[in-house]
Design a protein around this ligand. Sequence first.
Ligand code: MG
Length: 261
Amino acid sequence: MVELRTPDEIERMRPAGDFVARVLDATRAAARPGVDLLDLDALAHRMIREAGAESCYVDYHPAFGASPFGKVICTSVNDAALHGLPHRYRLHDGDLLSLDFAASVDGWVADSAVSFVVGGDASPDDLHLIDTCERALDAGIEELRPGATLGDVSAAIGRVARAAGYGVNLQFGGHGVGRTMHGDPHVPNDGRAGEGWPVRPGLVVAIEPWLMRGTDRIVTDVDGWTLRSADGSRAAHVEHTVAVTEDGPLVLTARHPVAGP
Ligand code: MG
């Protein structure tokens, strides 16, 4: 069932959106060559405790998960696309890292992800992959206004991905967000314009394009969680939680990164 939120409820979701954005800014800033993925998880954990927030991931145990996730942030490196389980690994210059984070603040959830290259040695192919994901995200968000359908959102995302030459995997996509991390509706990363659920004020969804350079197929890592590209090619994933208002989309997880030293 798709639940619509009142303007007041959307207002009350803002602290969760701001907090999730702040954690992604902080973990991104900390993700330098030599830093361990477990240190990024520890940083996010500390911020959760200090803010009195609740992790959506630590006890997360869906049918496809081998055991509860046990960490508070997803760290997907290089060929890892989604659900990267933090493990002892020191980041290298040039690693493509995707951070996916969701938390609950005052009973409301926000969910967001960012991809970037660690250090200064970025390959043009990786930057193109990330840029395409970001443009697909922007295109999807732009359709989140009254009068559109969720098919318009999906089609806009898929169009950007395919125009750049990437395949689209439909096994995982966007979703409703509210009191819990995953709700209706499902928002696939490709679809037909004009079809599907009408976009109405009060709809709150996470839009999350993810792309792999050489394939649209994934395989599950031996850790039972991390989903990797089937051909070992690199992957990127970006996500925002967005509320639909009468005036159009309101990005609840907009980030405000502070310039590094
Ligand atoms: Mg997410």
